[in-house]
Design a protein around this ligand. Structure first.
Ligand code: OAD
Length: 249
């Protein structure tokens, strides 16, 4: 494949400059340059023999809550060392350029919020938050204990990470808000996602049905690539800052 220029075509810049309503969907790829392994990359160290899809499930937590809790402790520790990268910061700037800007993420690493994005829609929750597995309310602290996982200080049931597991439904309000934004935007940017996991993967197609321009940023092709107005096959941390600087000219 001929190497694609990192520059966005002038007509794409023109569409963005003439738009008021922009929606963005990000996936693990936007955090790759922060050193957070994408969801499908091989797990390292003692977790290398585990398949995330088998750990991030209610069944796994029911069968072996200690193992699942320890896996999330390991991931939280990994993510706590990560910092936002230029791609995250470019989206913070983008928020100030468009009158209506909605950032929707599948990531649970909290890096968009850490970078300064306001009102991010977190479809899959946030790994740094903990909730009661029975009452579902967020629990921010609990008495020191050797028990793994710890128990809810209110009802005594097990605590769990506040993330969406395979087979679980997404939080209704954020999902509704995400489809609302996707269905009414003029430009939809899909950044760093394999566009494989529903219902997030349907968001760009909802934008397409509303005749929005679709811009994809992903070094790999995805099911969305053939339908995108433009697909940049470069790392988000490299091309997003350039795109934003073009918007400000
Ligand atoms: P994936 O790991 O499926 O896809 C990450 C995408 O990012 C891939 O298509 C990569 O090509 C691309 N990528 C890698 N580095 C990049 C970079 N520097 N810039 C831009 N793109 C880059 O992760 P997601 O699509 O986010 O759900 O996965 C979606 C969901 O699947 C996850 O949220 C998780 C998983 O099931 C839950 O945990 C519920």
């Amino acid at each position: 494949m001929a190497t694609q220029s990192r520059e966005f075509p002038p007509e794409i810049i023109k569409i963005l400059k003439s738009s008021q309503r922009v929606a963005v969907l990000t996936g693990a790829g936007i955090s790759a340059e922060s050193g957070v392994p994408t969801f499908r990359e091989a797990q390292t160290g003692l977790w290398s023999s585990f398949d995330p899809a088998e750990l991030a499930t209610p069944q796994a937590f029911h069968q072996n809550p200690k193992l699942v809790w320890e896996w999330y402790t390991w991931r939280r520790e990994l993510i706590s060392r990560a910092q936002p990268n230029p791609g995250h910061y470019a989206l913070v700037e983008m928020e100030t350029i468009f009158p209506e800007f909605t950032l929707i993420t599948q990531n649970v690493d909290g890096l968009h919020r850490l970078a300064g994005s306001q009102a991010t829609i977190e479809l899959h929750g946030d790994i740094s938050r903990t909730r009661c597995s029975f009452e579902n309310q967020i629990i921010s602290d609990w008495p020191e204990t050797d028990e793994i996982p710890p128990h809810c200080p209110h009802c005594g049931e097990l605590l769990r990470p506040d993330v969406v597991w395979f087979g679980e439904s997404l939080p209704a309000e954020p999902l509704e808000a995400a489809f609302q934004a996707a269905s009414s935007c003029q430009v939809f940017l899909s950044i760093g996602t394999s566009t494989l996991v529903e219902p997030a993967a349907s968001l760009p197609f909802a934008a397409l049905r509303n005749e929005a321009a679709i811009i994809e940023i992903n070094p790999q092709e995805t099911p969305l690539t053939p339908l995108a107005s433009y697909s940049s096959h470069h790392p988000a941390g490299e091309v997003l800052p350039e795109l934003v600087s073009k918007m400000k000219r």
